[in-house]
Ligand binder design. Structure first.
Ligand SMILES: CC(C)(COP(=O)(O)OP(=O)(O)OC[C@H]1O[C@@H](n2cnc3c(N)ncnc32)[C@H](O)[C@@H]1OP(=O)(O)O)[C@@H](O)C(=O)NCCC(=O)NCCS
Length: 231
């Protein structure tokens, strides 16, 4: 069984495309009947495959901390959709973007994680005008190079999403009410909101052109682990 040492938070970065570590059948078998039914409702294979792999992997990861079979883990859902485990002293959160999924697991308190690919097709100027604070817009405007502006946009996006997810509020927390402090092109802390106070860690993921942020209602000391570490 996996336990926590010096680092109180474990981050997993998993390819949920065809080249992923666990095959489709293995992931499918880890799902509960209701998750399998949800998977069957996807109209497109691409979306079904990603769902099955994203949720199959999270069950395999959590099982390694709980000493139960992946399909036997009972996940409950908060009022705005945040999944949680009530049977064990374990917190987790997950995010997926295209073929990448990230998972955060800890015993230290509520956690939120978000990942976004830099090439996601969104109008960054429009969105930042509507959803980013004046200070964040200023930091973006100061970048003259389009690629750097795009990258900072997504780092900020993941920081905001992680803050929305740490408490489970989701979009009920207005992204304009989250003000993210930036240092050297990375989000480093939350200036707002104060309640509850959340910490923020930008995570550099190897081999992906994207941003990933973790928010915790505690101070995360994290390590990025591989699914192979599960044994
Ligand atoms: C649902 C939301 C919490 C995150 O959604 P998202 O970024 O589209 O999706 P992610 O892949 O990062 O996370 C989804 C996972 O988070 C978890 N989740 C769902 N609701 C959650 C909540 N309220 N709090 C925390 N985690 C939640 C689930 O495990 C979910 O997995 P599933 O959809 O496969 O069941 C919400 O913030 C949202 O809909 N955001 C839309 C994006 C947006 O407009 N952002 C504003 C610009 S900053």
């Amino acid at each position: 069984m996996i336990t926590f040492g010096q680092e109180n938070t474990h981050i997993y970065h998993v390819d949920i495309g065809d080249g992923g570590p666990l095959d489709y059948t293995n992931c499918w078998q880890a799902l509960t009947p209701s998750e399998q039914a949800r998977a069957e409702r996807f109209r497109f294979d691409l979306h079904r495959n990603r769902y099955v792999r994203a949720h199959g992997h999270v069950r395999h990861i959590l099982a390694a901390y709980m000493d139960v079979a992946p399909s036997e883990i009972t996940l409950q859902t908060g009022p705005r959709g945040k999944p949680f485990i009530s049977s064990h002293d374990l917190y987790f959160n997950m995010s997926h973007s295209a073929d990448t999924a990230v998972y955060a697991v800890t015993q230290s308190g509520e956690i939120g994680i978000d990942v976004e690919m830099f090439d996601r097709k969104v109008e960054i100027d429009d969105l930042s005008r509507h959803y980013y604070t004046k200070a964040e817009q200023g930091a973006l405007a100061a970048l003259t190079e389009a690629a750097s502006r795009r990258e900072l946009f997504f780092w900020l996006w993941t920081a905001k999403e992680a803050r929305m997810k740490v408490t489970g509020e989701g979009l009920a927390l207005d992204p304009r009410h989250i003000d993210v402090a930036i240092e050297a092109g990375r989000p480093v802390s939350y200036r707002k909101p104060d309640e509850p106070k959340a910490s923020l860690v930008p995570i550099e993921l190897a081999k992906i052109a994207g941003a990933c942020s973790v928010a915790g209602l505690f101070e995360p000391r994290f390590t990025v682990k591989s699914i192979e570490d599960l044994g």
